[in-house]
Design a protein around this ligand. Structure first.
Ligand SMILES: C[S@@+](CC[C@H](N)C(=O)[O-])C[C@H]1O[C@@H](n2cnc3c(N)ncnc32)[C@H](O)[C@@H]1O
Length: 247
């Protein structure tokens, strides 16, 4: 798990990612899908600091967020006083009432490191979705992205938020540990008068998937794939999948 999700670093995450990700566009993407399938309420898994929550709540959507990090949840509540946020693990949670739709956003599927984790999460989604409920999520596409990072690749990102300038240097490389895992080393800096001050460092192992893996994992857990959509993000080649809980 990235250390940027807790202990005060969630504030840096929040500032930087509002530069990296257009959350309004993200909201529109998920909202179009939920409208297409006529879904009235949504649970967002990996709701983070509540940037998508802001748009769902603004448009009076019946919204709940769920996240594993209490610090991310606390910040999400601070930013969205009317939002409902649940502190739980996507691999094992139980809502008071089943929902029409579940979305897993911002490549949070990368934290399902083993197939055991994926089965546990899909089982939880199945139990918490209504009949014919919709599951929509994005994932990093190993087939394309591993060709970019094989042998190690450095990415540099600048972010400017609330007059604070940030800079992130990341080195990503494939590894042979398991599944389609990769290592992600990153250093975060605050930049003042052209001087960089190191504010955080992180090493994590995360997971990419192929389309075929997801098709089979969803089939084994009684979901029917309805759509696979190319969904590039600021650094990664990604797809989004829309699946439906089988009756
Ligand atoms: C990359 S961030 C994405 C946050 C948000 N969706 C966004 O786009 O800014 C991943 C989030 O998933 C959460 N997360 C990681 N593993 C989780 C798990 N097993 N259950 C629930 N949330 C998890 C992290 O705490 C973090 O907030």
């Amino acid at each position: 798990m990235q250390s940027l999700y807790s202990n005060g670093f969630e504030l840096i995450y929040d500032n930087m990612y509002q530069t990296f990700i257009d959350y309004k566009e993200e909201y529109q993407f998920y909202n179009n899908i939920l409208n297409d399938y006529n879904k009235q309420n949504v649970l967002e898994i990996g709701s983070g600091t509540g940037n998508l929550a802001h748009y769902f709540l603004k448009h009076n959507f019946n919204y709940q967020g769920l996240d594993y990090s209490q610090d991310m949840i606390n910040l999400a509540i601070k930013k969205n006083s009317i939002g409902q946020f649940i502190h739980a693990d996507m691999k094992n949670f139980s809502l008071k009432k089943p929902v029409d739709s579940i979305i897993i956003t911002g490549r949070t599927t990368s934290y399902l490191l083993s197939n055991h984790d994926v089965h546990a999460a899909l089982n939880s989604f199945n139990l918490n979705l209504k009949k014919e409920g919709i599951l929509c999520f994005d994932f990093i596409d190993a087939s394309r992205f591993f060709k970019v990072i094989k042998g190690g690749k450095t990415f540099k990102h600048s972010a400017n938020f609330n007059q604070i300038e940030y800079y992130r240097e990341s080195v990503l490389n494939t590894n042979n540990s398991n599944n389609f895992m990769f290592d992600w080393w990153s250093r975060y800096y605050e930049v003042k008068n052209n001087n960089k001050k190191l504010i955080a460092e992180d090493t994590s192992e995360v997971r990419a998937f192929t389309k075929n893996e997801w098709e089979l994992l969803l089939y084994l857990n009684d979901f029917k794939v309805l759509e696979i959509i190319d969904k590039p993000s600021y650094m990664f080649d990604c797809y989004a999948i829309v699946a439906q809980k089988k009756p």
